[in-house]
Design a protein around this ligand. Structure first.
Ligand code: DGL
Length: 260
């Protein structure tokens, strides 16, 4: 199984992209709804939770792990790779590679939670590969609760987005990385406010799914370990009505969330 974890249901944007691109493999998802959000927590706590989540997925049959949470990926990826021997993917690297390929002006914007932006991981990784690029980032802490509240098409959300995106607009970026699992659900509000034609949005959920697909094509031994056929399983450490509604919005169908 392909094990995917996130701090909540937002990471289902990644699970959805994986289901679409790799329908032949089973997905095992864990959303840590009981301890969400991660984006406001200390690095130490996020690392501890990420280790526990990975252990849970491995104990339940995952052979490949995807860290579907930017906040966890930004502080825990290296530690998880040192500690566990299975292939570990995360949402940041593929999004960065895509952003580098996409930008023409060399001005890239990043939006994410406080933990992600504070870690500076996007700047470090982008400039590690392409030092000539200019990276501008903004933390958008109000967006996750708005998405979880289901306010993905509300005027108030649009107003807040305009305010968050304005500094990036002034920097004349031509590429914007959606550095948080929840932001793909706001694409339609984000695109016109940052620039309809002038700015390309990078959706890390799609990018990580593509990088896993490429890896499995090249590494058939790992691919053979993954179970083909059988239902996908979605676990959550808590169940709430809002989570079920968000999950439904992401998949466009009802999703059976199991409490663990
Ligand atoms: N999943 C988190 C991320 O992608 C957003 C929600 C949270 O703060 O836990 O950064």
């Amino acid at each position: 199984m392909i094990g995917i974890f996130d701090s909540g249901v937002g990471g289902m944007t990644v699970a959805h992209a994986v289901e679409n691109l790799l329908p032949e493999y089973r997905v095992l998802y864990f959303g840590d709804l009981a301890r969400t959000p991660y984006g406001t927590k200390s690095q130490e706590t996020i690392i501890k939770y990420s280790i526990q989540n990975t252990e849970f997925l491995l104990d339940n049959g995952a052979k490949v792990i995807i860290i579907a949470c930017n906040s966890a990926a930004s502080v825990a990826s290296e530690i998880l790779r040192e500690r566990f021997s299975v292939p570990i993917f995360e949402v940041i690297t593929p999004a960065i590679d895509k952003a580098i390929k996409t930008t023409k002006s060399g001005r890239v914007g990043i939006i994410g939670t406080r933990a992600t932006i504070r870690s500076g991981v996007y700047e470090k990784k982008i400039n590690g590969k392409s030092p000539e690029l200019q990276v501008f980032s903004t933390a958008c802490p109000l967006l996750v609760p708005l998405v979880e509240e289901g306010w993905t098409d509300k005027r108030e959300t649009a107003m807040i987005l305009r305010r968050y995106l304005y500094p990036l607009k002034l920097k004349q970026i031509d590429t914007l990385v959606l550095g948080c699992t929840h932001y793909p659900l706001l694409k339609e509000l984000i695109q016109p406010r940052i620039g309809k034609k002038s700015v390309t949005l990078i959706d890390s959920s799609v990018e990580v799914a593509m990088s896993v697909r490429d890896y499995l094509i090249k590494n058939s031994k790992v691919a053979d370990l993954l179970e083909a056929n059988g239902e996908n399983i979605y676990y959550s450490s808590d169940l709430t009505e809002a989570a079920e509604t968000t999950a439904m919005k992401i998949f466009g169908r009802e999703v059976h969330l199991r409490k663990v």
